[in-house]
Design a protein around this ligand. Structure first.
Ligand SMILES: Cc1cc2nc3c(=O)[nH]c(=O)nc-3n(C[C@H](O)[C@H](O)[C@H](O)COP(=O)(O)OP(=O)(O)OC[C@H]3O[C@@H](n4cnc5c(N)ncnc54)[C@H](O)[C@@H]3O)c2cc1C
Length: 728
């Protein structure tokens, strides 16, 4: 959230459908100063519909058909919230979300698609896969084919719905099962009407029915599915069909919560006029399948969602900036391209239809070009360095990009140098001063730990930043085995209107309170000021029921246990450069948001030494234990858990700002020169606990961690010797 012009309006995009994906791309190339853009979608990726049948048939990988919403949002300068909208308070202008407090908007735009779920059919939810939303469907299909191929088990597929999508899907499934050489395979298509392929012309229908014959797709018409069970489905005419993978492509139904928003709608689809604006709420826009074009009703097709994008982009900017809106006039017909299982396709426009391998190649070219528009994002010009500037130190160049989180921390060596002249504690109630994870103070007969941390925002979502900073700050308290007690929050908020400022502070406070409450602590006050970029900090106290677990005390023979995977630094560094994979970022943020309460309570009573892994990286924090304990360590590289994507980014040479400084520790480490071992210096934000556990207690500790839903990874052992780390 780094902006030169103060933010004054909130634009919230609900759903990362095709229209919004294209709006994000345009926004990145020409943002509107003063507008804060937010995207809400449960997934890090959206699935591109045009290539879904090709994926089902095995021509494309999952990666080929995924639109990376995280990268697009990053490019657009938008924050992405991984959640599902569940309602709208149009009076208070709030979007309700499934898993976090509601979000304010000035303008909200909907592109949430439709669903092919058949809620009225018994057993549907438990045993069937609606083709929309497409992401979960694609993963389920991949899992099914892999499972059948591995077990050599039967594959009985049932497709509900005999429209173009259903037939295309059935053909793709039949082709894939044949390619996978699954001996016992069957694909059945069931259509409630008396004919399939009603939107197609006669030539296209004939060709597609022949393709079904050739691939042995059995077609049943005039029958409805009434019940779906494990391994079978019951039809309205009494027939039973064996089916261990049931897919529904039976039309596009609106999500039922839309009808409860008070927005004017037709069968749950938001009524919009030519400006793609709601008929009864000027602050709401809608596009794609979830919109009903009242001025020119059209079937639900991706081609309209795509064509609406430039108009929606223009109109959202116009609504936010007070300029004139444009009208969208959909075309009357469009080129329908349907693949036929293998690399052949049929194309139809008006009365004409052509089929063959060339049509498939054309379709493939159109689809890949569309995907390239959303993945090959233009590099925006970086700000030029000043022509006249002070010289940099040759040995100490300035970082090219300043990371956020712990990647923006002052390096271990600089910090040690700066702190070496600080005078020792003068008070007798300061039991431990600097040098450990937290200070320890004696108050009456009670020992209290006291620590502080702040993070520069590395993502534009104040709520998630609040959660991560709270967990990060509490890490020092948990590492000493204390129970969190109270916290003060300090905030630097970028310039923005009063309304946005209030909402931003409220989001952070809600997130921080939520984490503190979960840890048994209170938020008791704080301080805020305005500054260039969002920074969240906490000072935290905790109470000790026993002697604190510190850095000193690790003994030869102890096992080294780590409670979270590493790699957040490299993933966040890549994210800030716009090159991280969205799903990796989503997973990393999820890991960072996991509290350490349970792990701390299990490890603290038995660990000889413990710390939390943060800015100095795994090696730096382990070295802190070794220095304080006068011991060495042997670490097994293969035992260290890595976040998904971290090793690949490390191999590409991506490094966090303070990696180089952390790596100066290499003079006391023997390690192979590999991308995985480079991650030993990767700075972690809200990282896991690193504990030195006596070998005899290890089985019990691991069992307790597992029972509490935590994982303890054994990464090495403490050995005799001066502080040194041997990595094998
Ligand atoms: C097999 C198949 C093949 C098809 N082939 C074609 C074709 O060749 N040409 C064509 O024009 N059309 C085709 N279609 C139709 C096409 O899929 C849709 O018209 C198109 O996907 C609509 O895009 P959209 O932008 O409305 O939303 P979608 O692409 O459906 O995306 C909706 C997004 O909203 C998110 N979302 C859903 N609910 C919420 C919520 N509550 N809160 C936040 N986010 C939410 C979802 O996660 C998703 O990312 C095909 C359909 C199928 C099933």
């Amino acid at each position: 959230m780094d902006t030169d012009w103060p933010l004054s309006r909130d634009l919230v995009l609900v759903g990362g459908g095709h229209t919004h994906a294209l709006v994000l791309r345009r926004w990145g190339m020409r943002p509107l100063p003063g507008a804060r853009l937010t995207l809400i979608d449960p997934g890090a990726c959206a699935t591109y519909t045009g290539m879904l049948p090709g994926f089902v048939a095995g021509h494309y990988t999952l990666k080929d058909i995924e639109i990376d919403l995280v990268r697009l949002a990053r490019f657009a300068g938008a924050r992405i919230i991984f959640d599902r909208a569940t309602g709208l308070d149009r009076g208070a202008k709030l979007v309700y979300l499934a898993d976090r407090p509601p979000l304010r908007y000035d303008i909200a735009s909907f592109d949430i698609g439709a669903t092919a779920a058949l809620s009225g059919v018994e057993g549907f939810e438990a045993h069937a896969h609606p083709v929309k939303p497409m992401g979960p469907f694609a993963s389920a299909w991949q899992g099914f084919v892999e499972d059948r191929a591995a077990r050599r088990g039967p594959a009985w597929c049932l497709v509900i719905g005999g429209g173009l999508a259903g037939v295309e899907l059935a053909l793709a499934m039949a082709h894939r099962l044949a390619q996978a050489e699954i001996a016992e395979r069957r694909v059945t298509l069931v259509e409630a009407g008396n004919e399939i392929l009603m939107p197609a012309n006669a030539a296209m229908r004939r060709r597609l029915i022949t393709a079904c014959d050739e691939l042995d797709v059995k077609i049943i018409t005039g029958a409805q599915i009434v019940r779906i069970r494990q391994g079978a489905a019951d039809l309205s005419d009494g027939r039973q069909i064996a089916a261990n993978f049931t897919a529904s492509a039976a039309g596009a139904h609106a999500y039922d919560w839309i009808a409860r928003t008070g927005l004017s709608h037709t069968d749950g689809f938001i009524d919009v006029g030519p400006e793609l604006r709601s008929l009864n709420d000027p602050n709401v826009f809608a596009a794609g399948d979830c919109a009903h074009l009242t001025h020119a009703p059209r079937p639900k097709a991706g081609v309209f969602a795509v064509r609406e994008a430039p108009i929606l982009w223009h109109n959202l900017r116009a609504a936010l900036s007070g300029s004139a809106l444009k009208d969208y006039h959909p075309q009357t017909d469009y080129l329908k391209l349907v693949s036929m299982g293998g690399k052949t396709a049929i194309g139809q426009k008006h009365a004409f239809a052509l089929s063959g391998r060339r049509i498939w190649s054309q379709k493939d070219h159109i689809d890949r070009t569309f995907m390239a528009r959303l993945s090959d994002l233009p590099a925006m010009p970086a700000p030029k360095p000043p022509a006249e500037r002070a010289l940099e130190e040759r040995q100490d160049p300035l970082p090219e990009t300043l990371c956020g989180g712990c990647g923006a921390k002052v390096g271990r060596t600089s910090l040690m140098m700066a702190l070496k002249d600080i005078h020792p504690a003068i008070r007798s109630d300061t039991v431990r001063g600097r040098g450990d994870d937290s200070a320890v103070l004696r108050i009456g007969g009670q020992l209290q730990v006291f620590t502080t941390d702040h993070l520069r925002a590395f993502i534009g979502d104040p709520y998630v930043m609040g959660r991560i900073t709270a967990i990060h700050a509490l890490g020092d308290v948990w590492a000493m085995g204390a129970l969190p007690q109270a916290a003060l929050l300090s905030l630097v908020i970028p310039r923005m209107s009063n309304a946005l400022q209030a909402a931003t502070v409220a989001e952070i406070t809600a997130a921080v309170s939520e984490v503190l409450r979960g840890a048994g602590a209170d938020l008791v006050g704080g301080h805020s000021s305005m500054g260039h970029e969002l920074t969240v900090g906490l000072s935290v106290t905790g109470l000790l029921a026993r002697e604190p677990v510190g850095l000193a005390g690790a003994r030869p023979g102890d096992t080294i246990v780590l409670t979270k995977p590493i790699g957040s630094g490299v993933i966040l560094a890549a994210h800030m450069r716009g090159s991280a994979r969205g799903e990796d970022v989503r997973q990393a943020l999820g890991i960072m948001q996991r509290p350490l309460s349970a792990a701390s309570q299990i490890l603290a009573p038995c660990a000889h030494a413990m710390t939390d892994v943060t800015g100095f990286g795994l090696a730096g924090h382990l070295m802190n234990i070794l220095e304080a304990s006068g011991a060495a360590a042997e670490v097994s590289l293969s035992g260290i858990p890595l976040m998904t994507g971290a090793e690949q980014l490390s191999a590409q040479g991506v490094r966090s700002s303070i990696w180089q400084s952390n790596a100066s520790l290499d003079e006391r480490i023997g390690r192979p020169a590999t991308p995985a071992s480079d991650l030993l210096h990767d700075p972690q934000t809200a990282g896991g606990l690193l504990a030195s556990v006596p070998e005899t207690l290890l089985p019990d500790v691991l069992a307790q961690l597992s029972a509490a839903g935590e994982t303890g990874w054994i990464i090495g052992r403490i050995v005799e010797g001066p502080p040194w780390i041997t990595v094998i």
